[in-house]
Design a protein around this ligand. Structure first.
Ligand SMILES: [Zn+2]
Ligand SMILES: [Zn+2]
Length: 259
């Protein structure tokens, strides 16, 4: 079994064929997925929870992506605080810092990130973090929020091998996306064996970042197999062992029973 630890299948990109996409995932061995309800306004969180309510192999997270925190209103926070307690919501996220795009001012990203970590503590759930070109600031905010006690996933890891080592030392989980299959991503492949096997996750981040040989297409959970093959090679594991290990890790961090 493969577990896609980060998918945006709630989004409009999948409105036309969502049931087919979920069926193709299962046919490819991707039995479970975490749907990230955090893109744009709070309708993403609502849609993700609704999906998790009707599919026993799907769980949701809720937050507002660092790109969009500038638009947050008190009403958005109320929605997140309510949905965070929903039994099918297994984490707060994706939250974090993105200094590559800087779509929202850094100060606001930092404040929202700290507040989402507080919300995670209030509801006793882990955090899923989106960190791009901001690893030092992110580690400071996560340490101040004692994220190690909550459980912490660094999703779609794009840092250096040293960043991977630093996150691993803090006990965080590090998740690799389809980027790890790209020709130019040798530093990411070098980072894989630096993450302890019990902290390794894989994800599609679909519809974005389709792995080779699907690069350029809309990504979907069924394509996780290509990422798993490359991560297994880098980790020196068989495909089957990597699939079982990452699925077990995903269950552990999100508090789910083993399949
Ligand atoms: Zn992200
Ligand atoms: Zn994402």
């Amino acid at each position: 079994m493969l577990f896609d630890s980060h998918a945006h299948v709630d989004g409009p990109e999948f409105d036309a064929d969502r049931d087919d996409v979920l069926a193709r995932a299962r046919a490819a061995g991707v039995q479970r997925m975490i749907v990230i309800g955090a893109v744009g306004d709070t309708t993403s969180a609502e849609r993700s929870v609704a999906l998790a309510e009707r599919d026993p192999g799907v769980w949701a997270t809720v937050a507002t992506h660092p790109h969009d925190v500038e638009k947050m209103t008190p009403a958005w926070w109320e929605v997140h605080e309510r949905l965070a307690r929903h039994p099918r919501v297994v984490a707060i996220g994706e939250t974090g810092l993105d200094y590559y795009y800087d779509h929202s001012p850094r100060q606001l990203q930092q404040e929202a990130f700290a507040r989402f970590i507080e919300l995670a503590r209030a509801v006793g759930k882990p955090v899923v973090c989106h960190i791009r070109d901001a690893h030092d600031d992110a580690r400071a905010i996560l340490a101040a929020g004692r994220a190690d006690e909550l459980g912490c996933v660094i999703h779609c890891f794009t840092g250096t091998p040293d960043d991977a080592r630093a996150y691993a030392a803090l006990g965080y989980y590090v998740s690799f996306s389809g980027i790890v299959t790209y020709k130019t991503a040798q530093p990411l492949r070098d980072a894989v064996p630096l993450v302890p096997r019990d902290r390794l996750l894989i994800e599609t981040d679909c519809p974005y970042l389709a792995p080779i040989p699907k690069r350029g297409k809309r990504n979907e959970p069924a394509f996780l197999t290509h990422t798993a093959e490359v991560v297994a090679q880098c980790a020196g594991m068989s495909f089957e062992d990597l699939a079982a290990q990452t699925a077990a890790n995903t269950c552990r961090v999100f508090g789910l029973s083993a399949p």
